[in-house]
Design a protein around this ligand. Structure first.
Ligand code: ATP
Ligand code: MG
Length: 240
C-alpha cells in the first residue's frame, strides 16, 4: 500500500525546470532510492514534498491527505521527517539539546522530551557523545545527529538527502547499517544517494532523475540496466 503518492509535480526557477512532471509512489515500509547527476532536481523534489518550496503543478498525497500546499510545520506534524544535504545543527548546543528541539515537536514536557531524545541518541549509537557540542562532532557523527533530529518527530516517512555524502569511506558502512535499522523499526524511507553501490544494496525501488525529469523508476536490477540511466548517470560516474 502506498504511503506517498506524487503526481505530475513541477517547479521552475526562472528558466530552469528543476522538476518537470514527476510521478511516483512510495509503499509503506520500503526504501525508495533517488539518484541523478548534480542539479537533476533531487533536493528540489524533497523541498516540494515537505512544503519548503511551493509546487507550480501537481499533487502530493501522504497517508490519504493532500499535502500539496501545506506549510512545512503542518507537513512535519503529519509525520514526514527530513534531513538536509547541508547539515544545520545548532553548533553551540549539545547533541542532546539538538535532538530535544526535534522532540519538542511531539512532547511539551521537558523531561519527556529529554527521555525521548536520549532514547533516539542511543538508537543512532551516539549516547557517549550526548553532552558534546554539535561543533565538536565529526561529519559522520553530525550525520547521525541529523538523523536523530529527524527521528525525534516520530516520522512515518523519512526523506534523507545524501546521508553518506561528504563522509570518509570507513564511516559509510555504519551509516548504511543505521538506515537499514531505521527501516527495520518501521519507518518508510526515501533517500537521495550518489553512491550507486549503496543505492543498489538498500533500495526496494529506485527513481532516477535527470534535468528535472523522471527518466526511470523501478527495481534496482532494472535501473542498473536502463540505457537512459547509464547515459545520464552511471556512465558519468564511471568516467569520473
Ligand atoms: N531556490 C532556488 N532558486 C533557483 N534555482 C534553484 C533553487 N533550488 C534549486 N535550483 C536549481 O534547480 C536545479 C535543481 O537543483 P537541486 O538542488 O534540486 O538538484 P540536486 O539534484 O539536488 O543536485 P545535487 O546533486 O548537486 O545536490 C538546479 O539547476 C538548481 O540550480
Ligand atoms: Mg541536492
Amino acid at each position: 500500500m502506498s504511503i506517498l503518492s506524487v503526481e505530475n509535480l513541477g517547479k521552475s526557477f526562472g528558466g530552469i525546470r528543476a522538476n518537470h512532471d514527476i510521478s511516483f509512489t512510495v509503499d509503506q515500509g520500503e526504501i525508495l532510492g533517488i539518484i541523478g547527476p548534480n542539479g537533476a532536481g533531487k533536493s528540489t523534489l524533497f523541498d516540494l514534498i515537505t512544503g519548503y518550496t511551493r509546487a507550480d503543478t501537481g499533487k502530493v498525497t501522504f497517508d490519504g491527505n493532500d499535502i500539496t500546499r501545506l506549510r512545512p510545520d503542518k507537513i512535519s506534524n503529519l509525520a514526514i521527517g527530513r534531513t538536509f544535504q547541508k547539515l544545520k545543527p545548532f553548533a553551540d548546543l549539545t547533541l542532546l539539546e539538538n535532538v530535544m528541539i526535534g522532540a519538542f515537536a511531539k512532547e511539551t514536557d521537558i523531561k519527556a522530551a529529554r527521555d525521548k531524545a536520549l532514547e533516539i541518541i542511543d538508537f543512532v549509537d551516539l549516547i557517549e557523545k550526548r553532552h558534546h557540542f554539535a561543533r565538536e562532532l565529526s561529519t559522520g557523527q553530525r550525520k547521525r545527529l541529523e538523523l536523530a533530529r529527524a527521528m525525534a518527530i516520530e516520522p512515518k516517512l523519512l526523506l534523507m538527502d545524501e546521508v553518506t555524502g561528504g563522509v570518509d569511506q570507513k564511516t559509510i558502512p555504519g551509516l548504511v547499517e543505521l538506515i537499514l535499522k531505521m527501516k527495520a523499526s518501521g519507518v518508510t524511507i526515501a533517500t537521495i544517494e550518489h553512491n550507486i553501490n549503496i543505492i543498489m544494496e538498500i533500495s526496494d525501488n529506485i527513481l532516477a532523475l535527470d534535468q528535472g525529469q523522471n527518466i526511470a523508476y523501478g527495481k534496482p536490477k532494472d535501473i542498473q540496466n536502463n540505457e537512459q540511466v547509464i547515459d545520464a548517470y552511471l556512465g558519468r560516474v564511471d568516467v569520473a
